[in-house]
Design a protein around this ligand. Structure first.
Ligand code: SME
Length: 155
């Protein structure tokens, strides 16, 4: 409902993402490029980035947007809950999500995709929007595809 570009364009964007990662295994570079591609291609997003699982915390990785919280706890907030439950959390109104960690006061909705390599938690892909209910099913699927594409580079 709130996707401002057609699915066909999301397909094209996914192909651009595949091309960006083609032959490149450096995870930082790939997370940086994926964040930039999504942030600059999809309207009405204020934060796009990765948190990487280290020493039982989620630590800020490559992102686009304002400076953000560096460390997030598992089981807490949208990111930590998504990582723990191993499921995408599509939150239409972050203010109604108990425990939401407000890094950017502009965020009103959020979609977090957990990134697992087989059974091992790698991190999460986190996307925020200033618009309530920004992430419809097509956009959620696209963000999940970006997460899957990224983890394919895992060695
Ligand atoms: N809102 C997230 C924290 C990360 S920021 O959105 C960049 C959460 O509740 O986990």
């Amino acid at each position: 409902m709130n996707t401002l570009i057609p699915t066909q364009d999301l397909d094209l964007l996914l192909k651009q993402a595949e091309a960006l990662l083609e032959g490149e295994k450096d995870k930082i570079a790939n997370m940086a490029n994926l964040s930039a591609l999504v942030y600059h291609s999809i309207p009405d997003l204020n934060w796009v980035g990765f948190y990487i699982y280290k020493d039982r915390e989620l630590v800020l990785g490559p992102f686009q947007g304002l400076p953000a919280c560096v460390r997030l706890q598992l089981n807490k907030g949208v990111c930590g809950t998504s990582a723990s439950l191993r499921m995408t959390l599509n939150v239409p109104d972050v203010h109604a999500f108990e425990g939401h960690v407000a890094c950017d006061s502009a965020s009103n909705s959020e979609c977090v995709v957990p990134i697992y390599f087989i059974d091992e938690l790698y991190g999460v892909f986190d996307v925020d929007s200033p618009i309530v209910n920004r992430f419809d099913k097509e956009l959620q699927k696209f963000l999940e595809d970006i997460g899957s594409l990224f983890i394919k580079t895992y060695e």
